[in-house]
Write a protein of this length. Sequence first.
Length: 550
Amino acid sequence: LTDAEIDARPEWRPLLDELAASSRATRLQLPPFEKGGPGGISAGSPTGISIPAERLPEFAALHPDAQRTPNIDAPPEYRKPWTREDALVEVLRDRLQGLGPVTAAELAASLGLPETQIEAALIALETEGSVMRGRFTPAASTSEWCERRLLARIHRYTVNRLRQEIEPVEARDFLNFLFEWQRVAPEARVEGADAVANIVAQLEGFEAPAAAWETEILPARVNEYDPAWLDDLSRAGRVVWTRIAPLNATGERAPAPVRTTPIVLASRRHLGVWSRLARNGHDVALTSRGERVLQFITAHGASFFDEIVDGAGLLRTQVEEALAELVAQGLVNSDSVAGLRALLVPSDRRRSFDGGRRMRRTALFGIEDAGRWALARRKAAADSGNATDDPEVIEHVARTLLRRYGVVFWRLVAREANWLPPWRNLLRCYRRLEARGEIRGGRFVAGMAGEQFAAPEAVGLLRDVRRRERTGALVAVSGADPLNLVGILTPGARLPALTGNRVLYRDGVPIALLVAGETRFLEELAPEAQWTARNALLRRQVPAVLQFLK
């Protein structure tokens, strides 16, 4: 201990005096030392340190001329010769156990030795894994050193302190937070093509019925939603749609996409990660037409609809049926979402390919508007292994869920697709991200068992939502929406995740459901309140050109 450290703790002085009186400790007066300064080499100030008798041989190797007060000797069992290098390593090993993060310059000053010798000994300790180097304090401008186990304790105490700083919110407040986080609250809604890209990035990997994306989920978050925005993003290569889990064909009828077919939107640059979670397409049974179209696309690459018709030697309706089968199995997709829309629309409601005019109302796009059809990325099982155990896949999914919900825990993940990595794998990843200081762990939502993790920017918004007064605001979402958390965050049975089902929240509490066209109230409401709730529950913002998908 240096004189300065002892002076900072007056209660230590009587104890040191008692040790000195019993010849168990002594004070060394260290000579001045040389150190590097701005002007070159300069003399350091002399200092005094108190050491136990057992350490006298090591310090004798470092400072053979240092004066001892009192003049004592080491116990016989500790009297052995030390080299200067080995003695310095052992002295620094023990000194670092009593200090937090410290620089080499500070260690040199406390031991009265040149900084170069200190750095050499520290590197030796670092090589054997006893100490770690880094910048551990906010004000650090140079490298600091800390004993490994002590650093782990400091980090553990820091994490525990950060967790205790967070006061959990009620489930209803967390739902109100989610309305803002996912841009569903009226004051948080966005608009424009770039806003659609941001929404897709937040909902990436979420599995929803094909008809729900543009009639319920996106219009609930984007004001004046225009389907052309999503088409522009997909044609530009920024967004892609696909199916991750293929269907299981039953009977003689080939599967085809219907409005309830689960479809995923994702950034194209991340499609490879999501595709690794999909089942390999080689074990999917296809019809002869589906095989011919798949073989043509495999051989010729991305192709337009007319090119597929000519190359596969099939009728236009047969190619359309084959593409529908391949889409349902998650094997192909198109440049734009128009291709998916066309497959969901009956042919008599679609624009004719020859440009012919029809008297009845038709959709504003056809199968020819889809752009090119291409294979969805798939990795063979032998190449990708078990993707749910792949650290890269697990971390991407973990970060995506955190971006989607702000706060993640196991009950919330139950709302997601069953082909995602299991919670135990995600939990290990979240603990690692928390240890790195990238996310926060703690108790954020009351009443939810298990560990919880939050994005740093979500913690402040949670506090703000908790402090707000409840205004009775109504928010209605589709049963296919990620915010259909009835039976997950709230009591009661779950609401089936179907496009036509809807749930109405008031201040984060579900008060009414629309199931199979029938309104069910979850609590007693006055007649006027029932009328208002029913109108809010039925109100939908479907773009005019997509009314046929309702």
